[in-house]
Design a protein around this ligand. Structure first.
Ligand code: PRP
Ligand code: URA
Length: 207
């Protein structure tokens, strides 16, 4: 599928193995989720627009390269927060906007409970972050709201994706790059990704 990036780096895959393992306790799960987030963010930011900038070193002038536009990470609570816990290590310049969306367990429809975003969203390169792309209802709701608020450049970052969700996300956002560390088999009758890793939010936060 066009513009879908499968992150196969062995260290990213090792962190995903920890997340999938049902015996991993929540402190280790949380750490592995944050570390996987670093791998995904690293790949997802590789194509950011850049400009040249000359800086003075102690010994002279040096040409350097810096991002042209501001960066906004938008984790979908709760589990999205788990994927960006270490993000300031490689993206200290990023701003962080929060969207609170809970999937209704019966209807599987996204239900909103929080929107906290900076003003003038058009100035940002925006990354929607959520470990699980299941039906894609949550990611699509987030993407549509962000576009309505003026976002032009949108990317999606997920730890793993179901084929159903990936197709649906692609249909709704034909151009947006999508980054994931795995494409799983299918969704079960409860809308869970199989084999997946279970409930990402519960496993990350221990409740
Ligand atoms: C999970 C997950 C996604 C959503 C994915 O969140 O973190 O946000 O489900 O499902 P979808 O693709 O079918 O919309 P959940 O609603 O369980 O909330 P939580 O992160 O607070 O546990
Ligand atoms: N949300 C989760 O946390 N896990 C799934 O498998 C699907 C949605």
């Amino acid at each position: 599928m066009k513009n879908v990036h499968l992150i196969k780096h062995p260290l990213a895959q090792a962190r995903l193995a920890t997340l999938r393992d049902k015996t991993t306790p929540h402190p280790e799960f949380r750490r592995a989720l944050g570390q996987l987030g670093l791998h995904l963010l690293h790949e997802a930011t590789a194509g950011l627009p850049t400009k040249q900038k000359r800086v003075r070193t102690p010994l002279g002038a040096a040409p350097t390269i810096v991002p042209t536009r501001e960066i906004l990470l938008v984790p979908i609570l709760r589990a999205g927060q788990g994927l960006i816990t270490l993000a300031d290590q490689i993206l200290p310049e990023a701003r962080i906007g929060y969207l609170g969306i809970a999937r209704n367990e019966t209807t599987l429809q996204p239900e909103w409970y929080l929107e906290k975003l900076p003003p003038r969203l058009g100035r940002f390169e925006v990354f929607v972050v959520d470990p699980m792309l299941a039906t894609a209802g949550s990611a699509i709701a987030a993407g549509k709201l962000l576009q309505k608020r003026g976002v032009k450049n949108l990317r999606f970052i997920h730890a793993l994706a179901a084929p159903e969700g990936l197709r649906s996300l692609r249909r709704n956002f034909p151009e947006a790059p999508i980054y994931t560390a795995a494409l799983d088999s299918h969704l079960n009758e409860n809308g869970y990704i199989v084999p997946g890793l279970g409930d990402a939010g519960d496993r990350c936060f221990g409740c």
